[in-house]
Design a protein around this ligand. Sequence first.
Ligand SMILES: Cc1cc2nc3c(=O)[nH]c(=O)nc-3n(C[C@H](O)[C@H](O)[C@H](O)COP(=O)(O)OP(=O)(O)OC[C@H]3O[C@@H](n4cnc5c(N)ncnc54)[C@H](O)[C@@H]3O)c2cc1C
Length: 392
Amino acid sequence: MYDVVISGAGPAGSKCAEVVARAGFKVALIEKDVNWRKPCGGGIPSAKIYEQYPDIEEQGFHKIQGLAMYSDDYHKIDYFSDNVTTSSLTVDRLAFDNYVRDMAVKAGAELFDKNFAHDFVYSNNKIAGVKTKTPSGEKIYQGKIVIIADGMSSRLAVRSGLRGKWTPENLGISRVEILEGPHKLDEKYVYFFFKRYGYCWIFCLGDNRFNIGSIVYGDSNLQYNANKTFEQFMQDAPLKELLPEEDYKVIWAGNFPEPARGVLEKSLYGDSLMIIGDAAGFVAPINGEGIQPGITSGQVAGEVAVKALKQNDCSSKTLKEYKYHPRIKKMIRKYKFQSKFVEFFYENNGENLNKIFKQAENDEKFRRIAIDIFIYGKTPPKDFISFVKSLK
Ligand SMILES: Cc1cc2nc3c(=O)[nH]c(=O)nc-3n(C[C@H](O)[C@H](O)[C@H](O)COP(=O)(O)OP(=O)(O)OC[C@H]3O[C@@H](n4cnc5c(N)ncnc54)[C@H](O)[C@@H]3O)c2cc1C
């Protein structure tokens, strides 16, 4: 019997496990495969990560100081910061996920690898644990609280009845590869290429290695295929200048979807149950950032679980504090807003994006606003939309 059973040891589940275990409670952290590398850009632009993992600097993750963004018609926004102490990171997800899992284990959580969570355990018609499939047969983990952190394609989230399955219009669908070889990229930079269907990226990882991908957003999924957009991107003439080799060594490749419309705020909690991270839509609609938001959702859910356990009341009445926590409310609000902006950006085949980039090339103040929107997910000034509409 555990106090908390967490399905999924990605960034969200691992942080949640760490918080609950550190408070002295018994945690089962269930993972289908610790050797799985999550298909992801691995960009962490938020300085908050340094607070959430104070020793992250010592892990040797690649530091990023610069950003180059291109519109579909190749207007360019360039940004470089001298501040290296809280600079953005790019991480290999295999290394990063095992680091955050280690932190949970060090805090006292028990990690169960090769456990595929497929159903709940019920007691008196209430969720009371998780059933898993393992190489040695089915296992049962009982807990006072169950936390669903097993990502985008979570079976448990759907089985809980709190939410349904995603439809393509609500997703970003991607192709992502880690490649290695001689290139002309600046390794202190990340590169974004906005397209009419979504965007492509190159995130340098150092040592001639880079993460490259293409993501098709929302309604465009009905029209475009992520693999084809990736292949086209690799043939783009300006890209060829940055990546001149015919062949790059493929270190790893994969496809994966991500939630594209923000947090599913009606689906965050139930009796003895909370949903965190990707499974609940904690991904910024503007730039697809979900690592740090997932960690934050895990941290808050962990704090709420600790409080519920101390009060000996794990009902929805107590767990609703998770949804109404100021940090969660802030993200819900911000992503709703971003979702509207994304629609505006991609109107008329991305025409507004092209105008924004063109304007930013010659207007320093506007350029800073654009960087804050796309990279740091900040809210633009009130007159932003009308100003962009007025541009030729
Ligand atoms: C192509 C792509 C690029 C992205 N790029 C970025 C980026 O550059 N920066 C950024 O911040 N975000 C990015 N994201 C989003 C980011 O990957 C996620 O938001 C983040 O990983 C969410 O963390 P999580 O812990 O909620 O879920 P996940 O990272 O998906 O972790 C879920 C964990 O649960 C495990 N699991 C799954 N099913 C089961 C099961 N049935 N039983 C047991 N365990 C299970 C998985 O193995 C995994 O360890 C990207 C996403 C995609 C798809």
